[in-house]
Design a protein around this ligand. Sequence first.
Ligand SMILES: CC(C)(COP(=O)(O)OP(=O)(O)OC[C@H]1O[C@@H](n2cnc3c(N)ncnc32)[C@H](O)[C@@H]1OP(=O)(O)O)[C@@H](O)C(=O)NCCC(=O)NCCS
Length: 131
Amino acid sequence: MQDTERAGERELTYRVVAMPADTNAYGDIFGGWLMSQVDIAGSILAIREAEGRVATVAVKEFRFLAPVAVGDLISCYAEIRRVGQTSITVHVIAEACRQLEANCVKTVADATLVYVALGDDGRPRPLNDTA
Ligand SMILES: CC(C)(COP(=O)(O)OP(=O)(O)OC[C@H]1O[C@@H](n2cnc3c(N)ncnc32)[C@H](O)[C@@H]1OP(=O)(O)O)[C@@H](O)C(=O)NCCC(=O)NCCS
């Protein structure tokens, strides 16, 4: 199978509220917490494309564009950018909505992540093989 570049549709794959347990010692939301949510959001498309188990093999770029506050509703929009022999590259945008503000949506992060389809042995699986 040949690698294919994709300009697919961006879709809402994951929503979550930032909670006090997700803060650091200064009361700010952890960057690592947001990275984890973005990884989950991207993996949802990768699992669907792979029709089975995947693992994150690389985070090609991750930008934190604005801070996240406790209580923000985070919405992650994902889009498949490339499908290789065993890998799927997904671009994710995370938006935050400060629920009490009128014009609340702000882009807080974007990232490109690479997932690999895995077989039962935990090794890369060609994407045209089912798990
Ligand atoms: C995922 C894993 C099985 C891949 O094994 P590997 O021996 O590196 O596999 P390969 O070298 O054959 O690469 C597999 C695919 O990943 C891609 N890939 C590997 N490293 C990459 C990187 N740094 N950036 C982008 N793509 C990468 C390869 O290009 C290949 O894609 P293709 O088949 O579409 O051409 C192995 O690296 C692994 O188990 N990593 C840990 C994954 C994990 O646990 N993630 C969660 C962390 S908590």
